[in-house]
Design a protein around this ligand. Structure first.
Ligand code: ZN
Length: 423
């Protein structure tokens, strides 16, 4: 016997529940009744979808319990914990009556599409019926999408990372978290780069500790279950009541697909190559914008204020630079998460200086070159001047404080050029 329990959309932005916690409670309940639970999956769907709860997380719990038992236990836990009073919360539960090893390709494909494109509830309902899975919704059917996708994730992801999440005692939810920040930095230094996005060393923030109310004390992300567990355990602070190491598609860039400027769809996430066409401009609010183009089309790119020092990298781009830009396209703007410099402009055309007196020359009229105002020197046209660049060929990224859950930190490696990781 075997089953996979998928849940989604049990959390609330305001009231502080978390789908990973509901997944942990389901796993604990199963274990208490003597069933074996395999490593749960934390699956991040398309971060660009409009309708999402905090972080757009869904969870799958594989177990050797039969599907009926798994369904009853999970249903009770969701009933008990999900914030169904929040009208934006539409919990969904799906239970597959088989082990992760026999997931059908269509369910894996559904999971991949849930990260790269968009589903409507009817897509999930149809596939759930085809597969003969059990399902339940508490409000609308939106939660079925992530719940089914989390089940298919097992076969949809090639790259996995891990997160060890520690949970707080219920009495403490909503109160300040008691965590020794110094020990967070010690742990981050000791295990980096096997763990990442634990802290932001420039801003001094322990980014592994959430700011929202709710059950999560902290989460350590990294390359293996044992390292994330060891690092989380080494942090000093209030005693967690329970913890889970999730296998996850966080930090993988699974959301990015290859795209061409002019053929990008709103609320999808892409890698696109083009040439910088306008000088980066800082607008009100500290957001930095520039235009990227190819032979025939252009798209606006933006680095928003929360991306902090990443904006300095973007401001260093010059007209003519060739880059690969990565991020979400919404309302015709690509929100940069990272970019690769492919080619840098190293000379610019400038008005010549007079070889005799050194003063800047002036235009002698259309197509008539330049002349000096104070002597008789002339020049046929603009001259090349080399410019020094602060950027190099290679990859740049937003800092840990601004990282999306699903975005791959450069320190993880596997990129096609030199990388300049933010720590
Ligand atoms: Zn002169």
């Amino acid at each position: 016997m075997a089953a996979i329990i998928g849940i989604d959309d049990t959390d609330s932005r305001d009231r502080g529940m978390c789908t990973t916690y509901v997944g942990t409670m389901i796993a604990n309940q199963l274990a208490e009744r003597g069933w074996t639970v395999r490593q749960p999956i934390l699956f991040r769907c398309n971060p660009a979808v409009q309708r999402k709860t905090r972080g757009n997380a869904a969870v799958a719990v594989p177990t050797d319990a039969d599907a009926t038992t798994a369904f009853d236990i999970a249903s009770n836990v969701v009933e008990h914990h999900a914030v169904t009073a929040d009208p934006a919360t539409n919990p969904g539960l799906v239970v597959a009556d088989h082990s992760p090893e026999t997931i059908s390709p269509t369910v894996a494909e559904f999971a991949m599409d849930a990260v790269r494109t968009h589903h409507v509830p009817a897509d999930a309902v149809a596939l759930i019926n085809d597969c003969g899975y059990k399902s339940k919704v508490w409000e609308e059917q939106w939660g079925l999408i992530g719940a089914l996708a989390a089940i298919g994730a097992w076969d949809a992801c090639e790259d996995w990372t891990y997160e060890c999440i520690l949970y707080r005692d219920r009495q403490r939810w909503g109160t300040d978290r008691v965590v020794d920040t110094a020990s967070v930095f010690t742990v981050a230094d000791r295990w980096y780069p096997e763990i990442w996005d634990t802290v932001d060393r420039e801003t001094g923030e322990p980014v592994c500790i959430p700011n929202t109310p709710g059950p999560v004390l902290l989460g350590i992300r990294g390359e293996s279950p044992s390292v994330t567990r060891a690092a989380a355990t080494a942090i000093e602070g209030e005693t967690p009541t329970t913890s889970t190491v999730f296998r996850t598609n966080q930090g993988t860039d699974m959301h990015l697909q290859a795209g061409e400027i002019g053929e990008l769809t709103n609320r999808h996430c892409y890698r696109v190559t083009g040439e910088v066409r306008t000088s980066p401009e800082t607008r009100r609010g500290g957001h930095v914008f520039f235009t990227l183009g190819d032979q025939s089309q252009t798209i606006d790119c933006a680095a928003f204020e929360p991306t902090k020092r990443f904006r300095d990298r973007v401001r260093s781009l010059r007209i003519g630079d060739r880059i690969m830009a990565c991020g979400e396209v919404t309302d015709g703007t690509l929100k940069l998460e990272k970019f690769a410099v492919r080619d840098l402009v190293d000379t610019i055309q400038v008005t010549p200086n007079c070889p005799d007196c050194g003063r800047s020359m002036e235009s002698a009229g259309a197509n008539q070159g330049y002349r000096c105002r104070s002597c008789t020197q002339t020049a046929p046209g603009k001259v090349s001047k080399s410019v020094s660049r602060t950027l190099s060929i290679g990859w740049y990224e937003v800092p840990p404080v601004a990282r999306r859950h699903i975005a791959k930190p450069l320190v993880r490696g596997g990129f096609d050029a030199q990388t300049y990781p933010e720590q």
